[in-house]
Design a protein around this ligand. Structure first.
Ligand code: ADP
Length: 461
């Protein structure tokens, strides 16, 4: 196994995840480098790194963080040995991982081939099928024509879902409930896929009614040793985007939990996966589960797994990238049998969106900012402080609030208290909506599927 110590790491990201990675490095004694677009000149992640450099000069705000050559140039000019891509941006870009390899820079993540396989949802499905993991009945690859979609619908019945092969972030999906809207949906899905993801390929799946979204955190080292850190329940979604995440899932029986976690490890072992990744499933009310996709990177909601297992996922990623095995010293991850969960954790994504105006992103200056705190409370903030200017250029995640407790009820009570303690003035946030979610009886009893928010009008403010 090759080992290479990391002395200086560049974070190819911004906001809360860039800060999260810098903190992990700081504790490991690794020097950090931030990059920032010109719009992010006052962004907080710059100040949490030891050095920071302007990236992608002349590029648009998002493109600056996607400018592979500019990032590589900064890394080389400043003796960087490793790059952590965070989530979003270049985190799943195989070309970027390859460019890092070519320059002798450690890419903190899986191998480029994993990014290729799991970046393409239909290729990921095929990998799951090969590993003997149930997949949702689907077209098995990109659909060529409307006739293919029609014959799929005739064979499997409505509703069906048309998905962009390169889709992500809850975008690029269209549910079709009858023949009447099929043709239009197909044409639109393809043009949206082309516009958003650069490739018009779409595939079709049966749309499952009222599933729960259960995902398993997996970590694997260079020798192929692979463990799971149990599951997260991310069923609380708005328009297929996660809003509140929980670990472990309430009411997933021990047999189902075991089977899902085992399936996740089997899939990752079958592709010789490396580093941290998440295998996502949908679980239907009968208890059957189906693979949906793999996210080959750290996820927004990794915090809840850290809170219940005590394992630092970002530091684990870095140590594995240095070449340490799960059993080496310094180990962060014990044997599978020694990975235990303790209590429950909940994360709310506090965003600068106006819940009374269809969750329109709000921008401007935060004129006052105060958060809660106390026992069992964790805050992962981006530009969340008094005087911070929230621009329209990037996603609207302001701060992740996570709480943990011995019981789900106590974690939820802490969440409610902390949501209420927030004082954020100057712009709108989704906090009033989150307050409604975390005190809803269905949320508290664990009785939520992915349609919970969209079918519960009383949550809206
Ligand atoms: P993304 O990569 O955009 O996050 P996913 O494939 O992970 O897309 O799906 C996101 C969410 O969309 C799921 O958690 C679920 O709520 C919904 N979804 C996706 N596929 C299906 C399906 N076949 N049936 C029902 N819901 C689905």
């Amino acid at each position: 196994m090759s080992q290479r110590s990391i002395r200086k790491l560049l974070v190819a990201n911004r906001g809360e995840i860039a800060i999260r990675v810098c903190r992990a490095c700081n504790e490991l004694g690794i020097r950090t480098v931030a990059i920032y677009s010109k719009e992010d000149i006052g962004s907080y992640h710059r100040y949490k790194a030891d050095e920071s450099y302007l990236v992608g000069e002349g590029k648009k705000p998002i493109e600056a963080y996607l400018d592979i050559e500019s990032i590589i140039e900064i890394a080389k000019a400043h003796d960087v040995d490793a790059i952590h891509p965070g989530y979003g941006f270049l985190s799943e870009n195989a070309d970027f991982a390859r460019r890092c390899d070519e320059e002798g820079i450690v890419f903190v993540g899986p191998k480029p081939e994993h990014l290729v396989t799991f970046g393409d949802k239909s290729a990921a499905r095929a990998a799951a099928e090969r590993a003997g993991i149930p997949v949702i009945p689907g077209s098995g690859g990109p659909v060529k024509s409307i006739d293919d979609v029609k014959s799929f619908a005739a064979a499997h019945g409505f509703p069906i879902i048309i998905k962009a092969v390169l889709g992500g972030g809850g975008r690029g999906m269209r549910i079709v409930r009858s023949n009447k809207s099929l043709e239009e949906a197909f044409v639109r899905a393809k043009s949206e896929a082309k516009q958003t993801f650069g490739k018009e390929d779409v595939y079709v799946e049966k749309y499952l009614d009222d599933p729960r979204h259960i995902e398993v955190q997996v970590i694997a080292d260079q020798s192929g040793e692979t463990v799971h850190l149990f599951e997260r329940d991310c069923s609380v979604q708005r328009r297929h985007q996660k809003v509140v995440e929980v670990a472990p899932s309430q009411g997933l029986g021990s047999k189902l939990r075991h089977d899902i976690c085992e399936a996740a490890v089997r899939l990752m072992k079958s592709v010789n996966y490396l580093n941290a990744g998440t295998v996502e499933f949908l679980v239907v009310p009968s208890g059957k589960f189906y693979f949906i996709e793999v996210n080959p990177r750290v996820q927004v909601e990794h915090t809840v797994t850290e809170l219940i297992t005590g394992i630092d996922i970002v530091q684990s990623q870095i140590l594995i990238a240095e070449g340490f095995g799960l059993h080496d010293d310094p180990i962060l991850i014990p044997d599978q049998k020694d990975i235990q969960t303790n209590g429950y954790a909940i994360q709310c994504r506090v965003t600068t969106e106006d819940p009374s105006n269809n969750f329109m992103p709000d921008t401007g200056k935060i004129v006052a900012y105060r958060s809660g705190g106390g026992f069992g409370v964790r805050l992962d903030a981006g530009n969340a402080f008094t005087g911070s200017v929230i621009t329209p250029y990037y996603d609207s995640l302001l701060v992740k609030l996570s709480t943990s407790g011995r019981t789900f009820k106590s974690a939820a009570a802490k969440m409610l208290r902390n949501l209420k303690e927030f004082r954020i003035r100057g712009l709108k946030t989704n906090i009033p909506f989150l307050i409604n979610v975390v005190q809803h009886p269905d949320f508290l009893s664990g009785n939520v599927s992915t349609t919970f928010i969209d079918t519960t009008p009383e949550l809206f403010v």
